[in-house]
Design a protein around this ligand. Sequence first.
Ligand code: XMP
Length: 327
Amino acid sequence: MELKQTELKEIKLTELDVAGFIDRQVEQIRQAAGDGLAVNALSGGVDSAVVTLLGHRALGDRQKTYFIENGLMRQDEPEQVAKVFEDLGVKVEIVDAKDQFFGALAGVTDPEQKRDKGITQVFYKDVFGKLVKDCGAKVLLQGTNYTDVEETVAGIKRQHNILAQLGIDTEQAYGYKVLEPIIELRKPAVRLVGKELGLPEETFSRPPFPGPALATRVIGEVTPQRVETVRSATAIVEAELSDSGAFQYLAILHEDKVTGLRDGKRDFGNQIEVRCWDSTDAVTAEPTELPFTVLRKIAERITSEVPGVVSVTYNIASKPPSCIEAV
Ligand code: XMP
């Protein structure tokens, strides 16, 4: 991975003037769009939610917001996210791109290839290349934050939304400019900006969810069926841990199968790994010391409610050397 030097500087939480920051970004978006349109992708996470509202404040209806249904999102997520933003006066168009993503992910098992060929290329080139061209927009707004850049530049993993720092000229590669209004902020600062912009609390304090979505939680090939397994397990983990106060909690589908036993017969089935993290900025993280009864209940629910799963484990390693996601 070849990296361009970046002169980017973080705005620390203690230095952040929230109202001044918003005014500055709104002005920059207006300048970049001129009298034309801007587009943005909303996933429902705090980063893209903040960028959506900054764009809406700057451009009103000249900002086109799309939710890309890549087949990798959580249960009912597209409709729920669109509803939250419609209540805020922002129209969200859901674009069905499931076949494009699963087509590109077929047969890919290497984590960095999944992120690059499977997610980044399809997202920026195929899906947004066409959307931007069709509506004649000048610029794509996206919610890259400071930690995304830092991890990619450090060579830890290629975050799906890092482009300029990898030497990618988006105008040449995809046909549009990319503007990144929150690139100087880490997550806690982004949450403050979201609160000030009027996001509902469940959105500005939402646990992080990665851009490549459940593809980062499937070890091995990402198929519709394997995503369905991890999606069902994720719903259970989120329901059981939403009151835990943890930074992030998730389920991972392993590639290896293990021998289990069901109804007195051998059942060679899947393994789900549960992770729950205490962290403030995702740079370092510790596994949450969950009560054993909570872990047992999660295991009981996953093995009885998610077809084909016979084993559930809990990650007890720290980041580093572990990472928050598996891929
Ligand atoms: P890792 O797995 O690197 O994750 O410890 C750190 C934080 O970043 C999130 N994450 C991503 N977010 N695009 C994103 O928008 C990505 O490609 C991506 N990969 C990881 C992860 O959920 C965690 O909060």
